[in-house]
Write a new protein. Sequence first.
Length: 279
Amino acid sequence: MTGTSRVITVANQKGGVGKTTSTVNMAAAIALSGHSVLVIDLDPQGNASTALGVEHREGTPGVYEVLMGEATIADVVRECPDIPGLRVVPATIDLAGAEIELVAQVAREYRLSRAVEAYLAHHERMTGRPLEFVILDCPPSLGLLTLNGLCAARELLLPIQCEYYALEGLSQLLRTVDMVRTHLNPGLAVSAILLTMYDGRTRLASQVADEVRTHFGAQVLDTVIPRSVRLSEAPSYGQTVLTYDPSSSGALAYREAAEQLVALGPPMVSTGLSTDISH
């Protein structure tokens, strides 16, 4: 991995936790603060591509062609129209078949990792500067697409919603991370946990936040992401909340969370998280 590039996978196999929302808004906030950012959409639904205003109709060249070895990232990367310095590798519905097609491929877990490595080198050759951040949005599952995301990254950002059963399924994800670290990518480490969908009016939200902080300590970012109508509306306009409504609570929270993630720097590889999570 290029030493000055941070490659971060956003993953949680539990759906509806704010994973894609966090991917696109963290990426936008980091780019708007002056960093170069590449988002790779690994979810066949293509919601990250939609929110970043990038074409992803069926047949559009994107991450599917990269995984199948039919194109490089440089061939398919697109500029985000609203945010300078932010580029996107789109996902199309073609990606839905990739899980099955990858099974027969040699070194199937490393397809994306090798493509990212090649693009980082290409970017530095072409611009004379390293690409600072690569952020990967995984589907809500633990299949081969997510596995490719985990093998391509050095860092894992975990969004956890402040709702009942928030930690449900997290043990399984952390066991998968440990397996990947042991057998496939020893450089992977959890860099941060982001609390999402926080509703300050409910006692439950603060209880869940306290529980997560008690269990994971300093790896939990200080900023929590509130429930916000603006966060829900922005993707339907092909925008992140940072450009849709920059003064909204969601935009301000993601700016703060992004600042904290940037300031944290890459984690020490040895800091694995305990997989023993009890409610």
